[in-house]
Design a protein around this ligand. Structure first.
Ligand SMILES: [Zn+2]
Ligand SMILES: [Zn+2]
Length: 343
């Protein structure tokens, strides 16, 4: 049988694929409409004032261009309730299938999980998108300078990002709800699996498991702000962590005493903090502070490899992490060296 880690990874990959597919379907026509609106506004600006760098000579003409842009925004294709409901249904059923495989694989009964209505979530998502469009429209209606023109066009692109965030929420939020329901019906714990390259808040949740009715403790590796306890991911916008099912009796330590799945998740999370793995959006300083705090917490590093600890200590002392070796770059360097040696 596949390990639960492999099965969970395949599950989150399916969710990710679903998210990408629905986000692609929804943002394609939206991006095209935004591009057309921006081009029309640019053409009008050049016709009125000579160039895209020229300040408006007539404020009334600038206002007309801003109002035309706002009208184009109000007509954006965002009637996406249907596709969002379909995506949520799909995420829900992928989740229940995965829960059934896990329970069955561990010899547990697979309970029936009641279906839920995905419409309110989709309606709220479309409302959030509409609210963001309204904000861009208000900005467009104040257009009175060339700086304002650039700002107006850049701001309208945020609408696409809001649609994408709603797709992430729709897929991963629904999956978490489904798994929470499955855990409750089956009477097993919910276990937090952090996404790859998770942030310092999510990383600290990795491997934690609690009873379905309980909240996860408000833990974080970040030294900046305290969190609130939550009952399930997403922990924040764009969070792609997921829940899985767990029961301590499922752990089979074997003769060699292998660590349990939750323990392995926690260790991997700590190792990622010590190695300074981060997304481009996160600051290295925050990651260094987290590594320092982890190094200084008594008992936190149990069974972490010595080499990883040493590297983290060096990084904290120097104030920067060693860049992670890039396998592709390493192969290119090797090839270049060989070519030099042949000359
Ligand atoms: Zn996170
Ligand atoms: Zn997360």
């Amino acid at each position: 049988m596949r390990t639960q880690a492999d099965a969970d990874l395949a599950f989150s990959d399916r969710l990710l694929q679903l998210e990408r597919s629905v986000a692609g379907d929804l943002t394609g026509p939206l991006d095209a409409a935004l591009k057309a609106a921006a081009e029309a506004a640019a053409t009008a600006w050049i016709a009125a004032f000579g160039s895209l760098r020229a300040q408006p000579t007539d404020p009334a003409k600038a206002k007309v261009i801003g109002e035309a842009f706002a009208a184009a925004l109000s007509a954006l294709p965002i009637d996406v309730t249907g596709p969002l409901i379909t995506a949520a249904q799909e995420a829900f059923s992928i989740t229940l299938d995965h829960a059934a495989v896990l329970l069955d694989g561990h010899g547990e009964d697979v309970p029936a999980v009641p279906s839920i209505n995905h419409r309110p979530g989709a309606v709220a998502a479309v409302q959030a998108i509409r609210d963001r469009i309204d904000k861009s429209m208000r900005l467009a209606k104040t257009l009175d300078s060339v700086g304002g023109f650039t700002h107006m066009v850049a701001d309208s692109r945020v609408i696409t990002s809001v649609v994408k965030a709603q797709c992430t929420q729709g897929v991963f939020g629904t999956a978490a709800t489904g798994m929470l329901m499955a855990a409750r019906e089956a009477g097993v714990s919910k276990l937090w699996v952090a996404e790859r390259d998770a942030c310092l808040h999510c990383t600290a949740h990795a491997g934690l498991f609690v009873k379905p009715g309980q909240s996860f403790p408000a833990v974080t590796y970040s030294t900046s702000k305290p969190l609130e306890p939550v009952s399930a991911p997403p922990l924040h916008r764009w969070c792609r962590c997921h829940l899985t099912l767990w029961k301590p009796s499922w752990h089979e330590p074997g003769p060699t005493g292998v660590p349990s799945y939750p323990d392995t998740l926690r260790r991997e999370a700590k190792r990622s903090v010590l190695q300074g793995r981060r997304l481009p959006s996160e600051s290295e300083t925050a990651r260094l502070r987290a590594a320092k705090q982890l190094l200084e917490t008594p008992g936190a590093l149990d069974r972490a490899p010595k080499s990883v600890i040493r590297q983290a200590e060096t990084a904290v002392r120097k104030g920067e992490f060693q860049p992670r070796p890039d396998p592709k770059r390493a192969a290119e360097n090797r090839a270049a060296r060989e070519r030099r040696n042949q000359r």
